[in-house]
Design a protein around this ligand. Structure first.
Ligand SMILES: Cc1cc2nc3c(=O)[nH]c(=O)nc-3n(C[C@H](O)[C@H](O)[C@H](O)COP(=O)(O)OP(=O)(O)OC[C@H]3O[C@@H](n4cnc5c(N)ncnc54)[C@H](O)[C@@H]3O)c2cc1C
Length: 413
């Protein structure tokens, strides 16, 4: 069934990346009449949820993320069982860096509070006994292995949640750019969602999951100026040296990993392109998501620092001159790197829920964010998870958001 102009829904979701697709599914699963709207074609490559791989890890410097990841993991399993195919490959996860790095120390502290995360410390001497000894930890570096890691196939995962939402009765509509969200009706109940083409959709509630467009869309709806900065980032795939390919595969026991230090470098096992491994720098260049500079030169700094890191940490195993494939993607950074999940408030009260600012680490959380925002829209509150760190108004109290005791890990250049 198609959505027609003037149709009324229980929930209208704006933005069909992983967050909007999950929100549509969890709301439809609870019996709501749901409409999911997307400005581009479904599964496009212009936002944050496309591509070949995303990491799942439960080790975070902040102690409020591991329990979200643990719930998300269960929801990923349930969704895969319902769909009948897999989008997640489980692996171990390996964090490492200088022993005195505060972020890494916080990872160890917060991981230690969750039995299921099951962390084990690795010193430089014992690093040769894990992961075929491929990681050469420098002097003064330590590592921590956790059972909870894995690779998600992002485009396939978004398609899975859209298919599941459809199956539960949601209506999906792409090529529909929303330009206004207003209070609806004479008694001002519900919302009117207006598209650039002139169509109007009515909803009792609305969820905005607009990714890197969040700041623009929210600003056009209210006076709130969300500090969500889009960053243009580059993913790099590097060639594994002949004879070492098997050591870097998930089947060969290779983990997802994160390297702390002057910069944060992360990677996933060789999976999507045989013989290549994804290793990238967490960061990017501020951009306008509607006017991006796609030139390769803009990713030079990111490529150079990863090449240098490969020579130091994976010596003799991976070609470090130049990546063989690069792909562009968008981050939506908040000043503290924490999510924004809240009611919009003001004249909208609890009728509009916003979920954005996923700051380069949201994909794994897609199902739990979907569950949370569906619940906020339906019940007006969230059960079972503490989300006070994700409030919109934290930036009004302090422009840098939540206080952190560890180093800033995301660079923009
Ligand atoms: C290179 C890279 C690596 C990453 N690695 C990881 C990782 O390893 N692990 C992890 O957990 N996370 C990772 N992330 C982060 C994760 O991918 C994002 O947090 C997540 O995809 C954000 O999803 P989203 O739905 O909020 O945004 P998006 O996927 O961008 O979805 C927003 C959608 O809203 C649509 N939209 C916007 N405005 C409008 C409008 N006005 N009308 C209609 N539609 C609109 C957009 O077109 C878009 O489709 C990574 C991100 C990148 C870029």
């Amino acid at each position: 069934m198609a959505a027609a102009c003037g149709d009324r829904f229980d929930l209208v979701v704006v933005g069909a990346g992983i967050m909007g697709s999950c929100a549509a599914y969890y709301a439809a699963k609870r019996g709501l009449r749901v409409l999911l709207l997307e400005q581009f074609d479904f599964l496009h490559g212009l936002g944050s949820s496309h591509g070949e791989s995303r990491t799942i890890r439960a080790t975070y410097p902040e102690n409020y993320y591991p329990s979200m990841v643990l719930e998300a993991r269960c929801l990923w399993e349930e969704a895969q069982a319902e769909a009948g195919y897999r989008v997640v490959t489980s692996t171990a996860h390996f964090d490492f860096g200088p022993e005195d790095n505060k972020s890494l120390q916080s990872v160890i502290d917060s991981g230690g509070h969750h039995r299921e995360v099951n962390i084990r410390l690795i010193d430089r001497g014992s690093s040769s006994s894990v992961f075929s000894g491929v990681f050469a930890l420098p002097d003064g570096w330590i590592g921590v292995v956790s059972d909870i890691g894995g690779v998600i196939r992002p485009t396939k995962a978004v398609a899975m949640f859209q298919a599941l939402a459809l199956k539960k009765g949601a209506i999906l509509k792409d090529r529909t750019r929303i330009i206004a969200i207003e209070k609806d009706g004479e008694n001002r109940e519900g919302v009117r969602v207006r598209a650039a083409g002139g169509e109007i959709f009515l909803g009792s509630k609305c969820v905005i999951t607009a990714g890197a467009w969040m700041k623009k869309l929210v600003k056009s709806v209210t006076e709130i100026d969300l500090p969500i900065q889009p960053l243009h980032t580059t993913i790099c795939y590097w060639k594994i040296k002949a004879g070492h390919e098997a050591e870097f595969t998930a089947e060969g026991g290779f983990p997802t990993f994160a390297s702390y230090g002057d910069s944060y470098i992360y990677g996933t096992p060789s999976l999507e392109f045989p013989g290549l491994i994804k290793i990238a720098l967490h960061g990017g260049r501020p951009c306008d998501p509607d006017r991006r500079d796609w030139t390769a030169s803009s990713s030079g700094v990111m490529v150079d620092s990863v090449g240098e890191w490969i020579r130091k940490i994976l010596p003799g195993k991976v070609e470090s001159g130049n990546p063989v494939i690069t792909q562009a993607c968008l981050y939506s950074m908040t000043p503290d790197g924490d999510f924004v999940i809240d009611f919009l408030g003001g004249e909208f009260g609890k009728d509009v829920v916003v979920a954005g600012g996923f700051s380069g680490h949201g994909f794994k959380m897609g199902p739990v964010v979907g569950r949370i925002v569906a619940e906020m829209a339906i019940d007006g509150a969230v059960e079972g998870l503490e989300i006070r760190h994700f409030g919109i108004r934290r930036f009004a109290e302090c422009s840098s958001g939540n206080a952190k005791e560890f180093e800033e890990q995301v660079s923009s250049h």
